[in-house]
Structures are given as C-alpha cells and as structure tokens.
Design a protein around this ligand. Structure first.
Ligand SMILES: [Zn+2]
Length: 296
C-alpha cells in the first residue's frame, strides 16, 4: 500500500474516532474523555496536512526546485508538533477548571466502552503505519503514526482513570488523569518539533550510514587515491554525501571518471536512497571555495 493510502485510511479512522469519543464525552460529561476527543480532532487535522505534504514531497524535481521537494515532509511533522502543543494547552485549561469545580461523571461504562473500541482501531492502524514509515523512511507517515500512538495512550490513561473514579467515587481523579495525559502529549509534541527542526537544519546522516560510507571509501583509498571533505545530510527520504576524490595529476579524465563511477555505485548500493556528489581533484590541489573551517 502506498504512503498516501495509509494517510487516507488514517483520516477515515480519525473521523470515526472523533465521533466515538465525542459521544463518550457527551454521555459521561468526563473532562478526561473530552481531552481524548480533542486529541483525535488534532490528529485529523494532522493527517490531512500530512497527506498534502506527502503529495508535495513526491513531486519530481522542477525548474524552481531542482533538488526535488523532499523537505516538504518536515513541514508536516512541525505542524503536527504545534497542533499537539495546542491540544495539550486546551486540555490543561479544561482540567484545571474541573479540578477546582468537580462534576459528577455519568454512564462511565458506556464512555469506557467507546474509548476502548476507538483505541483498538487506532492502535492497529498506528502499528501498521509505523512499520510502513520505517520501510519507506517517511517523516510524515512516522509523525502521523506516533501521533496515533499517543492517542492510544491517551485513551488507556483515560479508561484507567475512569475505572478508578467508578470504583472509588473520587471525582478529582478525572481532571488529574486529563492533566497527566496532557503532559505526555506535550512530550510527544516536543520530540516531533525537534525532529522536523533537525531535518530543516540539514542534519548529518545517522551514524550507521556514515560508517558504511567510510567503509566504502576506505575500500577504494590507497596510495594514489585520497578522499576528504566528506559531508552528509538528509532531506526527507533523500540522503546526500559530498566529497573530494584526490588522485595523481597525470591521470586522464577518462581514467578518473571510471574510478569515480565505481565509487558512486558502491556508495549508492551501500546506503539506500543516497545521492553522491564527488569532486575530482589532483592529489596536491584543494578546491578554492572550501572554507578553512570545513572538515578536512
Ligand atoms: Zn580535498
């Protein structure tokens, strides 16, 4: 199933979840069930935005964006991070009100049943989306899946809290559980926002990928060839490495190009999705534009 199909299913599931949790909140009057429903509303907006961004990211390079549109996915995870913060603030506000003015919770059994049904649905979807996201290295899909998981944890917390209210009659437990859930949501929002910032800041490839690049280069480097200025970055699903290949000044361009092709191919098969840019230079010459602070 393509990524966009997963996102469409997640939109449908989000609509169903909002209806179920909305009814659960309506019949029970529980603030923790309200927080649960509100989080799902954020989830719906996030899934719609992710779907838009994934279709932008999939567009081929054009004249104005010759490197492609891969980074569009980072907008999606950043946007979801902001939405999660907003939902958490709304929950905290409502829960604090309820803490100082406790209200009875009604029809707890029905509320709990609806929350459990929608969580089971979300949990199954989140699990399959996370697997697909890892396979396709999609930030947008991963952000959406992680968000769905927080949704499931929200509901688990809410159900436990409502069971406690039912058996102990302690009304303040309802808003306290809602506050705990909000804390967890905030944590998730922070980590999403940080990851999208990493992407926009051209973060280096993960250590395992860099290790593999080093190994490939070590396999080619010998007395006549030297590699330096190796820098890596990621952009969405795309990975880049730039480097210098220094060789004896007497080599013909044809010979140099043949070696470069082998290096390129070895790099690309070692690290999936990698694009290598290799500058050819004589052994004793450095490129002029390289800043002295750049890595050697
Ligand atoms: Zn160099």
């Amino acid at each position: 199933m393509p990524i966009s199909a997963y996102l469409k299913v997640s939109i449908a599931v989000a609509v169903a979840t909002i209806l179920l949790k909305g009814v659960a909140w309506w019949v029970s009057g529980s603030v923790s069930l309200l927080s649960d429903a509100l989080e799902s509303l954020v989830n719906l907006a996030g899934a719609i935005f992710a779907l838009l961004m994934v279709s932008v990211a999939a567009q081929p390079p054009d004249e104005d964006h010759p490197y492609g549109h891969h980074k569009a996915e980072y907008f999606s995870s950043g946007f979801e991070g902001v939405l999660i913060f907003a939902a958490a603030v709304a929950i905290i506000w409502e829960a604090l009100h309820r803490l100082f003015d406790p209200q009875p919770v009604e029809q707890i059994g029905l509320g709990i049943t609806l929350a459990v049904v929608s969580s089971a649905m979300n949990g199954a979807l989140a699990w399959s989306m996370l697997r697909k996201a890892r396979e396709a290295r999609s930030m947008a899909l991963e952000a959406d899946a992680r968000h769905l998981f927080t949704d499931v944890w929200t509901s688990v917390g809410v159900v436990v809290g409502l069971l406690a209210v039912k058996f102990t009659g302690l009304l303040w437990l309802d808003p306290v559980i809602a506050l705990l859930v909000a804390g967890n949501i905030l944590r998730e929002g922070w980590s999403l926002a940080r990851r999208s910032a990493d992407g926009l800041m051209d973060r280096a490839l993960e250590p395992e990928a860099r290790e593999q690049i080093e190994q490939v280069l070590a396999g080619f480097a010998h007395q006549t060839i030297r590699f330096d200025h190796v820098v890596t970055r990621r952009a969405g699903q795309r990975r880049y490495v730039d480097l210098h290949m220094h060789m004896p000044p007497g080599w013909t361009l044809g010979r140099a190009a043949a070696v470069r092709t082998s290096v390129e191919q070895a790099l690309m098969s070692a690290v999936p999705g990698l694009r290598a840019t290799i500058q050819l230079l004589p052994m004793d010459v450095e490129a002029h534009f390289n800043d002295p602070r750049d890595p050697l």
